[in-house]
Design a protein around this ligand. Sequence first.
Ligand SMILES: [Zn+2]
Length: 299
Amino acid sequence: MNLINHKTCPLCSNADISPLFKCKDWFATGEEFEIHKCSSCGFVFTQNFPDEKEIGKYYESPTYISHSNTKKGFVNKVYHMVRSIMLQRKRKLIESLTLLKNGKLLDYGAGTGFFAKAMQKAGWDITAIEKSEKARKLASEELGIDMLPEEALANIANNSLDVVTMWHVMEHIQDLDRAWSELYRILENTGIAIIAIPNCISYDAQKYKENWAAYDVPRHLWHFTPSTIMKWGEKHGFILERQYTMPFDGFYISMLSEKYKNASFAIIRGFWNGLKGWIAQCSKRNASSSIIYVFRKRL
Ligand SMILES: [Zn+2]
């Protein structure tokens, strides 16, 4: 298997990187991957992850809820309700940050296309890029939305977008430097990048350590904190303008982490720890399980 090995820190190029612990791929293969940390900038990442050609099989599991559109069962009902609340919240956030009601937006890593569709319905001019052919086909059949493959990114004109959104996508991208420089190239000078990612110093991450479900190796290649994502942005000409907590993620991740630990009463324990995390992030936003970051170009 072709593995990507980092001899130096991908963020700051410091050579002093060392292992933190091993995490298991609970989702697909049961294989273990090491998590490493840079002693200088504090960046945390998955070491020796499979390259683009090999990573596909790690995404294959029949229970992947993000790719499911069934409304059967209680859990799915809750999932659809939360998704609908989040779609509205995301649109309102974008409209308040840009003061636009119908700007140009790229949803990079559009998944099954629900966010792109909701924004299109609200009047936005949407481009949606999604790497998975399966997801693109599903979005076209179910929602009537045309999504483009990854290669389309290079064809987007310079300074042409008001907003680029990446909802839980950045942690999956192999070539981070390229992604950030493309963001800088395609955004208008007044444009914003909205990046939602798990936070590996959150309440739940500290509670569950190597069993924290959002390490999600080897699909998650990078494990950001508010400090390291800010440094990634700065490296590529951006300034971090704002950050927002994501109130529901901690519950889901805590329940999943308990399930992985094979704990008895996993749902109840997970919900309880989710609640403690939720209380923690009310007073300390860096305790939030996932965070939405807003970046602008430094001009
Ligand atoms: Zn570093």
